[in-house]
Design a protein. Sequence first.
Lengths: 298, 428
Amino acid sequence: MKSNQSLTRRKDPAWIVWALLAPSLIIMLVFTVYPVFRSIAFSFTKYRLGMDAPEFIWLDNYQRLLKSGTFNKVMVNTVVYALLTVLPSMIIGLGLALLVNRPGKQVGFIRTSYFYPSVMPMIAIASVWMFIYMAQNGLFDQVMIALGFGAQNVLSNRNTVLPAMALMYVWREAGYLMVFYLSGLQAINAEVLEAATIDGATGAKCFRHITLPLLAPTSLFVSTIAFTNSFKLADHVIIMTEGAPNNASTLLLYYIYQQGFTNLNYGLSNALTVIMLVLLLIFSLPRFFSQDRKIHYS
Amino acid sequence: MMKRILSLAISLLLLLSMATALAGDAPLELSMYFPVNVGGSAAALIEKMTEDFNAENPDIKVSPVYTGNYDDTVTKIQTAIQGGNPPDLFVSLATQRFTMASTKMAMPLDGLIAADPEGAAFIDDFIDGFMLDSYVEGAIYSIPFQRSTMVMYYNKDAFKEVGLDPEAPPKNWTELVEYAQKLTNENRWGVGLALNSGSAQWAFTGFSLQNCTNEVGLMSADGKEVYFNTPENVEALQLWLDLQNKYKVMAPGIVQWTDLPTQFLAGQVAMIYHTTGNLTNIRNNADFDFGVAFLPAGRQYGAPTGGGNFYITSGISEERQQAAWKYIRFMCSTERAAQWSIDTGYVATRESAYETDLLKNYYADFPAALVAYEQLPYAQPELTTYSAAEMWRILNDNIQAAVTGEMTAEEALQTAQEQGEELLYDFQ
């Protein structure tokens, strides 16, 4: 409290405060706030390349989207893809963190090798996995053929294309989430666990009743990151399938890209961007509101 | 000390650049965006040809900018135009011409052609099949450059193995099915088609032209109407589904465009539909005897053309337009068209190119390369309408829906027709 007062006593002139804030504030206003409002404004217009000026059409873009079978399919894909990736990559991330949360000379190397896929650019990963999933001659199909299942050609089947891509993404994301869990685990006071062990709690019980609850803030944070990350993906769709077959693998961000940059339909792609924004907001809200409730911060 | 040296160096550099700028008339600098869909060697070739042009025309300096594939190039041109710094000319798909015209990205070239004393003769010499998709509302918007068409590659060794005459590839759909059935065994499919997004509509244009009774296949020449759901087109799509499901002579699902030649070269498919642009690749890598053939006919022969044309950006100064036109004339000259064809496998776009010794010797040495040219009289432009990219997507998506069993052939083409009509509503 005391140190707090001493801080407030020194009154800097307002302009210094603003000057210090300015660089990040300006960047945020120019590259985040302004584009967001511009997108919202354009989402109410009919605007294609070649038109002299955008034409105001209120909610027509949104109505058109709601009626469109493709849009509904894309939204379902986006949510399914998030569900297929978020929980598995969190569980595997936590598992990896538990495995490498110990001292030792080789642990550093193992941690690095678990983490390295998330350092690779998504485009490189997608290119490599495309060879794995390549029909008939890819590694995956070769294994399937050897096991007697025959060539699967997973990327061309509307039921397997999303799970196949999700598997790739989990492989990449788990190592990244591991790092957060690792720091969460290391923040847990060892004395608590020690006390529990002395009281006779087994490893599993310790994990269930101590480690997991104490990791709750980490889990919340990780799930927010994992969800928003999974919505922000387009590169691998462009590389691997371009949404095939029949939009079975089209995700929202790719759809935005396609409407804006391939079809040159700016109005519609802005409306989709606004929907994306809302979606991201919804998934970030839990973390925002529950900061200090129900979550145990150690 | 360091600082002084640095400032000295900088001022020297500035002086130097001013001096070069003042010395004589600086050449007119043009930038050109170009995509390459078949790999890096063609990009190097374009740069080489441009250097020759710059050397021959000291008052003009064209800088070619490699901009990725065809889609990326459109995106980059669009961004450059919005940023107020467009390229002066560019290569884009011939099928993009309606979009280029309606979005005012490209300008009509008739004025430049009329002003050029050899302009009319230059245009006349282009092969008709390629010139077909240069027009928008009667005006010429683009000049054929890297053009291709689809042919059938077949494995002669496999033909011999199953007792088929290796010099007699299937001439029509009936023979296609019959031969494919003979050629199929547990390690090999009889026939292969690439059905991924961006490829399905190209092959389907061919099948539609082979089977149609309206002479135009999928769309009207003015790019304002589509005819996806005709009984003939449904029949064509049904043939694809039958090859997969009924006769089981084609791999089920969607085979990728880039995987298909690999499978052919590995002996896993006996006959494939692919671009002439792949001829050099297949010639260099096949360890078996292969043949090149016309696409088997339905009611008649038919094949799609494709590939890229030159466009000039609208809104640039007259001086720049003239320079850009001069460059296009140079790049499409008879000898260069011939050499370009030999080096890349694209089809030479000028009639006169086929009279050159260069091409004559090439064909004498490698007759398979001539098949694409002989097939050209039956070839027509691939699917093109206003909003071409979106229309492609519509047809691709619905074909894929049929191939993956989501819809029947008739439902798929009916849906495509409805979506296509809605898309074109604004342009009618």
